[in-house]
Ligand binder design. Structure first.
Ligand code: NAD
Ligand code: AKB
Length: 319
């Protein structure tokens, strides 16, 4: 029986991943933690504790007390926010990962660790279309630098100490349950809230900025699939490329207009535009498909319909 700890369980991914893991392993076996209180669905449905991943003493105490066997470490400062406080973001993103990897090395009960990387490991010198798994990685953001260094640390702990750590380079993730956490791809979440609430959206990226994206349900399924795969199937011990969809703000706005014909979009690019331009437009994720069977069920039309419905339902429940 697995006993799983989710760190960053109040966040965009953590809040949904915790519930999916609880369905799979039993609510009482999935321990959600975060620096801040998690949404009521997470707190009300299984164990939750406020915990700072930077506090290594409390962390080890928690892991031993609850006999944790797997850790999903999701806490991080995302690309947009990290540019505002680069040194602090580096400290949080790197030190928290090192705390977890070292813990996994020391505590015998911990059998597997998941830590997400990002398409942010790529930079302006990377081929932008169908970006290969192995290619130039010269990130220009502190977030990207921390993810690239994190990938190398994961690889190191695997080959030096045998820590079974697995990772995916997530694209921009799109969901309606919890707000996005301060990244460059957040426009693709905000746009749905503003479309439903106000019928218009001012986008912080240019209309023709293509980026890789994925609907949250597909990303959660992929994460669990990777973690359940037999160790011998895992050929990438840094982080797997994962693509999903690729679209521009203009293409997304067109899809939204099919449901909300009066929807209007305007563009006012800000400091996130050069970040987006340095990232891939689409990703080659053939190795993830081959190694552990990555599948993507949501295309742009299906994702748009699911997002609009989800946001409308959320607003009507809160009224
Ligand atoms: P998020 O910002 O929504 O959630 C992160 C959570 O971590 C927050 O709830 C925050 O309170 C918590 N946290 C921050 N510092 C902490 C600390 N010291 N101790 C404990 N908890 C702390 O982020 P997210 O979008 O859910 O992303 C989760 C992970 O996935 C991150 O590593 C991120 O880099 C990665 N990722 C996300 C995306 C995406 O589009 N959402 C894409 C690529 C990679
Ligand atoms: C961000 O925009 O920072 C994240 C990511 C792609 O890593 N969504």
């Amino acid at each position: 029986m697995e006993r799983i700890m989710v760190i960053g369980a109040a966040g965009q991914i953590g809040s949904e991943l915790t519930l999916a893991l609880r369905k799979l392993h039993g609510a009482e076996n999935v321990f959600a933690t975060d620096l801040k209180e998690a949404p009521p669905e997470v707190v009300g449905n299984g164990p939750f504790q406020v915990l700072d991943v930077m506090d290594d003493k409390r962390l080890i105490h928690f892991v031993i007390r609850h006999k944790i066997t797997q850790i999903y470490h999701l806490a991080a400062v995302l690309s947009g926010n990290a540019e505002k406080l680069p040194i602090q973001a580096w400290e949080i993103n790197m030190q928290s990962l090192l705390n977890i990897l070292d813990l996994a090395r020391e505590v015998e009960d911990i059998k597997k660790v998941f830590w997400p990387s990002s398409i942010a490991v790529f930079g302006g010198t990377t081929p932008h279309k169908n970006t290969p798994q192995l290619t130039v990685t010269e990130p220009s953001t502190v977030y990207g630098i921390s993810k690239l260094a994190g990938e190398r640390w994961c690889r190191y702990f695997y080959s030096r100490y045998g820590v079974d750590v697995r990772s995916i380079r997530y694209p921009g993730l799109i969901s309606y349950k919890t707000e996005a956490g301060g990244g460059t791809t957040d426009y693709a979440v905000e746009i749905f809230y503003e479309a439903v609430r106000n019928g218009k959206y001012e986008c912080f990226l240019k209309e023709d900025t293509a980026l890789p994206m994925m609907f949250m349900e597909d990303a959660i399924n992929a994460t669990i699939q990777l973690m359940e795969a037999p160790a011998e199937k895992i050929t990438i011990r840094s982080a797997y490329n994962m693509g999903g969809l690729s679209f521009t703000p203009a293409q997304l706005a067109e899809k939204i207009k099919k449901h909300e014909p009066d929807f209007k979009i305007t563009y006012k690019p800000d400091f996130r535009q050069p970040i987006a331009e340095s990232w891939p437009q689409s990703i080659d994720d053939s190795i993830a498909k081959k190694d552990w069977g990555l599948t993507v069920n949501y295309d742009l039309s299906k994702m748009t319909a699911a997002m609009l419905q989800g946001v409308r339902d959320k607003f009507s429940m809160n009224m």
